[in-house]
Design a binder for this molecule. Structure first.
Ligand code: AMP
Ligand code: MN
Ligand code: MN
Length: 320
């Protein structure tokens, strides 16, 4: 922990990034670290954030407009910090900055973390990277924007304090953040629950077209690129659908598959019971957590479903 603070103190330029397809914890942790460092470091330290486009609903601070989306080979950093990300490749375009930086830090909570930086601070029992950051920060140096960003990440990775990764500590941290007077209901409503009309339509379609296999223990739904195009929707418009699939009575594993290219699919998995979906995802080069994991798979949709369900079936029948 002291090492991390020392590295930060010694840097004159700091780059911050998170995983591809940023979610609430990725966006929240990048923004929280940015706000915290801006607030507490000297003004002449350069601090830049790099992320793929973030979902509209996370643009709750003007500073999200400062997030950069392009790699510039003429720029390199004294220190590059990867947040909420388990592997070098999942940094996407910002991987180049990471590779060119003098020093690197990885702050994360994924079990499947490759420890790819000079300093790796990976707390696997933390609900979120935002929870890990809260512990690194000095409490009296957390301003309101930092508090809001931390809250955003915790809310999203815990599914609003309901997933099994929520601990007494998570709630204590959330309590401390709320005590600062941040608009917590608004953050929950407007970034988590609020859906556009189109997002609801796609949710409806995914539920309608879903099917149960393995004696009702596994639910699967797939979305084609054609469907997304029809609704002028982006992949981030699918956020939350997997959670609705997961709460189907009797289901132990929920799978949402969406087409990302020719014979290429992004797979999201969530578990209710004893199935470890991270193990399944790792077989296909992905990762995540025991109850929430993902991977990218190649082949036809039938290949993807066949290959995936074989592993799910093995786990359900105890042949892991
Ligand atoms: P998702 O289903 O995309 O919401 O992801 C669930 C969890 O698995 C998150 O913690 C992700 O960071 C992780 N994850 C998703 N896709 C991958 C992947 N291809 N490789 C490693 N981790 C992943
Ligand atoms: Mn994430
Ligand atoms: Mn996370």
């Amino acid at each position: 922990m002291n090492n991390i603070l020392n590295e930060i103190k010694n840097a004159k330029s700091i780059g911050i990034s998170g995983h591809v397809r940023p979610d609430g914890d990725c966006t929240g942790s990048c923004m929280a670290l940015y706000f915290y460092l801006k607030q507490n470091l000297s003004e002449d330290v350069i601090i830049d954030i790099y992320l793929e486009p973030i979902p509209e609903e996370f643009r709750i601070w003007e500073e999200t407009n400062l997030i950069k989306q392009l790699y510039n080979k003429n720029i390199s950093y004294d220190l590059f910090i990867s947040l909420d990300n388990g592997s070098l490749n999942r940094l996407g375009f910002s991987k180049e900055y990471f590779l060119n930086a003098a020093r690197t830090i990885d702050i994360d909570h994924h079990i499947s973390n490759d420890k790819f930086a000079d300093l790796n601070h990976v707390i696997v029992n933390a609900s979120s990277t935002c929870e890990v950051l809260f512990d690194l920060f000095e409490e009296d140096k957390i301003d309101n924007k930092t508090a809001e960003a931390l809250y955003l990440g915790i809310v999203h990775d815990t599914g609003v304090f309901k997933h099994s990764n929520t601990t007494e500590k998570t709630m204590n941290i959330a309590g401390k953040l709320i005590a600062r007077g941040i608009p917590f209901s608004k953050i929950i409503d407007e970034t988590f629950f609020l859906k556009t009309y189109v997002q609801n339509q796609i949710l409806g379609r995914c539920l309608l077209e879903s099917f149960l296999i393995l004696n009702g223990k596994c639910i699967i739904s797939a979305v084609s690129q054609k469907t997304l195009d029809f609704y002028y929707a982006a992949a981030s418009d699918l956020d939350g659908i997997i959670d609705q699939l997961r709460v189907t009575d009797g289901v132990e594993v929920a799978v949402l598959i969406h087409e990302t290219g020719f014979h290429q699919y992004k797979v999201s998995m969530r578990a209710n019971g004893s199935v470890d979906v991270r193990k399944i995802a790792e077989n296909f080069g992905g990762g995540g957590h025991i109850k929430a994991a993902g991977c990218t798979m190649n082949g036809t949709l039938h290949d993807v479903i066949n290959n995936l369900t074989l592993y799910i079936e093995h786990q359900l029948t105890g042949r892991s």
